[in-house]
Design a protein around this ligand. Sequence first.
Ligand code: PMP
Length: 433
Amino acid sequence: TADQAVRPGTGAADLAARAAAVLPGGVSSNVRLATARTFFERGSGPRLWDVDGNEYVDYLLGQGPAFLGHAHPQVNGAVTTAVGRGMVFGAQHALEVEAVEKLLAAVGWADMARLGVSGTEAVHAALRLARAATGRRKMIGFAGQYHGWLDTVLMAHGPDGHRPGSAGQPPQYLADWVVAPFNDAEAVQRCFEEHPGEIAAVIIEPMMCNSGAIAPRPGFLARLRELCTAHGAVLIFDEVVTGFRLAFGGAAQRFGVTPDLALYGKAVAGGWPVAAIAGRRELLELFGTGKVNHSGTFNASVMAAAAVSATMDVLRETPPYVSVEEHGTALMTGLRGIGERHGVPLHVQGLPAAFHVSFRAEGAPPTDVVDHASLQSLDLARYTRFSRTLTTHGIWVAGRGIWYVSAAHGPAELADALERFDRALAAHVAESR
Ligand code: PMP
């Protein structure tokens, strides 16, 4: 199947026409507007099949959740068994205690956690906790990060600062943000100095996967830790992408810096819709005393708890971190080599578990991409076009450049991916002439 390009079929075309009539934009999340014409029928391990029978090696993984591969039998089996006895009780059940105990054992540094449904909500809970704990309002964030789609966090970043990321979003909801460039600890220090006693929290994707898969420079996160401690602010790691992916203990473990609160989602539950907020007892107990409200009908449902518990078991019993690292390293190296052979200025950066592929502008020297501004020096639009060619050659990836590696990717996927990428790049070069 490796040499077979994807053939568009009537299945997807028919569904896309029906979808366009009843789903705004033909999709259920705006992130998918660009891929509104793709309909998958099933996923298994590291591969996907569309409704017209085309097969893809998947490096998007549902935007991250399928870190164990699609339809993991142990996780799905545990959920199926558990939900046979009921799903939501409006009370506690044993599985949620077990799930959170296992999650905390994985995270390592946190004392308590709660399970919710989406990363967006977990962020919201953390910001509320930080403000309640400090009695302050302002937050320091980083240009290019994504913390969900709500009014208080959705931002578009440009050279002249941040602004609402959506029509209908009141700009005053963003008034409490102080935005710094990623990887610039001195800028963060200045933010603290310019707003003495006002900063409730610093919230950061410890590796910036929503803009270019930019790893933190050595010492950057440690400096944020020092600044937060010195100024009495809460350090929040948004580990929705990095959690359980960069290491069992997430970015905190990988980079050796301990936040006060962390948010998890995506990989935490093997593809099931679950998020978590974890952190220090003094902070989380503000929920426990009822001082800070955090609620949700579906929080820690039987499904969610069973999925988290089984995912933690799989990750602990068969840690995928070495194989993910090897696969990603070989893939990144292979893609760079293919780019060189075709004389194309590919730019591949990040860590093997989550990396970013783009093009340098024609004639531009290799760039050190360290933040959102330097990311803009790349030809991101060219990659977005090329990502469609990758898709038609049987590699499922996002247009924004991120590639995620799963526990299920093996040598067969590596070989197929490199071969398909090679042919896709040849087609792209031919098209560009
Ligand atoms: N934080 C980060 C870093 C994310 O990448 C995302 C989603 N891509 C979110 C928060 C929001 O999570 P969700 O889509 O589950 O609401």
